[in-house]
Design a protein around this ligand. Structure first.
Ligand code: GRF
Length: 201
């Protein structure tokens, strides 16, 4: 499976993908894309010998028109958004329908949408006094955090004292859930039936 990973920041999910033993024989990460040239995730990518590319306008960057042709030229089977904060251009979403997945650090459809990223999500969960949070992996469509849900996992947050504690618990599950979904995708175990997505055992 030929995979591209999109990142914006820390890159811990990227690292979880690159170090997951089950994935080593199933996928090949071809390139890592970011909207920021100086993100920590790029350092991780480079330390694994991955090609890195900056998206956006300006010098040394790829703009939207070129992005699609670059992605096409890689013959990708899957695009993984692992902490990527920008909206994916509609042409790209259409071309790679049901082949772009995103990880979100809460239980969608709650606590998602524009502006709901990073600590904003965990602060909102904390302030809501919700007793569970979790991670969601979903297909990407034209709107933030609204595509079909592939998999979710919960964490108990009933005893936390801060949003940071929620973040820590959720991140641990993200690092399990995202590689698991990629594995299922690589093994052709993800079935889409209308708006429902089922992972076959
Ligand atoms: C994760 O919490 C992910 O769910 C969210 O952004 C964060 C990225 O973390 N979309 P990292 O860059 O993978 O460490």
């Amino acid at each position: 499976l030929r995979v591209a990973v999109f990142v914006s920041g820390r890159g811990s999910n990227l690292k979880a993908i690159l170090t997951h033993t089950d994935l080593a024989n199933l996928i090949k990460v071809i390139a890592v894309f970011s909207d920021k040239s100086d993100c920590a995730a790029f350092e991780i990518a480079k330390s694994f010998g991955m090609e890195t590319k900056v998206i956006g306008k300006g010098e040394n960057k790829i703009d939207t028109a070129d992005l699609l042709s670059v992605l096409k030229s890689y013959n990708l089977d899957l695009i993984v958004l692992a902490g990527y904060l920008k909206l994916i251009p509609l042409e790209v979403v259409k071309h790679f329908e049901n082949r772009i997945i995103n990880i979100h650090p809460a239980l969608l459809p709650s606590f998602g949408g524009k502006g709901m990223y990073g600590m904003n999500v965990h602060n909102a969960v904390f302030n809501s006094s919700a007793k569970v949070s979790g991670a969601t992996v979903h297909f990407v469509d034209a709107e933030y955090d609204r595509g079909k849900i592939i998999a979710q996992r919960c964490v108990d947050v009933s005893d936390v004292n801060s949003p940071e504690e929620i973040a820590e618990r959720v991140l641990k599950i993200e690092h399990q859930l995202l590689p698991e979904v990629i594995k299922a995708f690589a093994q052709n175990k993800i079935e889409i039936e209308g708006n429902r997505v089922v992972i076959k055992s």
